[in-house]
Design a protein around this ligand. Structure first.
Ligand code: CO8
Length: 261
């Protein structure tokens, strides 16, 4: 498969219905570059049309989820080039992926690394995880959600302090502030993420995708619009075989068999 040609990511299938993407640029602490995002987007494109992939785990190494955008690749770019080419646009394609992505974060998740984790749907953290938006130290600001998703997740004052000082924050703080769903035992973050992903992969895909759309709508819409959108999604699921199968199985005291249809 084309997966074998990737140079910056590794693909595996750690559990039924679960595909894992491991960012793999160990020499640069998984610094993110254009090639890496082309590979990531290509992998996600193949996953999006494959019913055997129902949830994705995204991780890095023990030492670094990703230490940010590759500063060496970025440093000589000019305004005209980044503006005309809409630099970073294809780096955020992952946020359009419609199946759930669980980020397993160990070590550094800085700058674009923190932003990449925040583009995922669920973040689990190792106690060693270090988050931050240090772009201010490079004379720039976050470019892929660090001023937006972080503010939504942890509130204005904390986000402002982090973005303007470039300071890091710990797994514990990330958990207390609600950025990550939990901190797991050291060395177990990938296993725990695969467990969560495996549970999700065991559900009906249509309901899972609708659930993801619904929660994401809470970030884009007013409460009234969001509730309306949720109600419509709920209604739509009555057109699926999985709703019939799921509810009949309950009524007959059986285990539901999902057909993802
Ligand atoms: N870019 C390029 N190379 C990097 C990066 C990076 N972001 N981070 C680390 N490396 C390289 C180092 O240059 C070094 O390479 P070499 O061995 O050739 O000298 C190697 O990785 C190991 O790094 P260190 O020796 O520095 O390792 P330490 O353990 O001493 O320090 C740190 C680890 C603290 C993480 C340190 O490497 C560091 O501060 N890195 C930069 C962190 C940073 O500033 N990140 C933000 C980058 S800007 C950004 O992300 C913009 C966001 C754009 C949007 C992205 C969309 C998803």
């Amino acid at each position: 498969s084309t997966h074998a040609d990737y140079t910056s990511i590794l693909i595996s299938e750690p559990a039924p219905g679960v595909s894992q993407i491991t960012v793999n640029r160990p020499k640069a602490l998984n610094a993110l570059n254009s090639t890496l995002f082309h590979e990531l987007n290509s992998a996600l494109r193949t996953f999006s049309t494959d019913d055997n992939v129902r949830c994705v785990v995204l991780t890095g190494s023990e030492k670094a989820f990703a230490a940010g955008a590759d500063i060496k690749e970025m440093k000589d770019k000019q305004f005209a080039e980044v503006y005309k080419g809409d630099f970073l646009a294809h780096w955020t394609e992952l946020s359009q992926f419609r199946k759930p992505i669980v980020a397993a974060v160990s070590g550094y998740a800085l700058g674009g690394g923190c932003e990449l984790a925040m583009m995922c749907d669920i973040i689990l953290a190792s106690p060693t995880a270090v988050f931050g938006q240090p772009e201010i130290n490079l004379g720039v600001i976050p470019g892929a959600g660090g001023t937006q998703r972080l503010t939504h997740a942890i509130g204005k004052s904390r986000a402002m302090e982090l973005v303007l000082t470039g300071g890091n924050f710990s797994a514990q703080q990330a958990s207390e502030w609600g950025l990550v769903s939990r901190v797991v035992e050291q060395g177990s973050v990938v296993d725990e993420a695969v467990k969560v992903a495996g549970k999700i992969a065991g559900k009906g895909m249509l309901a899972v995708q609708a659930g993801k759309e619904g929660v994401n709508a809470a970030y884009e819409m007013s409460l009234a619009n969001g509730l309306h959108f949720e109600r419509r999604l709920f209604h739509q699921l009555f057109a699926t075989n999985d709703q019939k199968g799921g509810m009949n199985a309950f009524a007959n005291k059986q285990k539901a068999q999902w057909t993802h249809s």
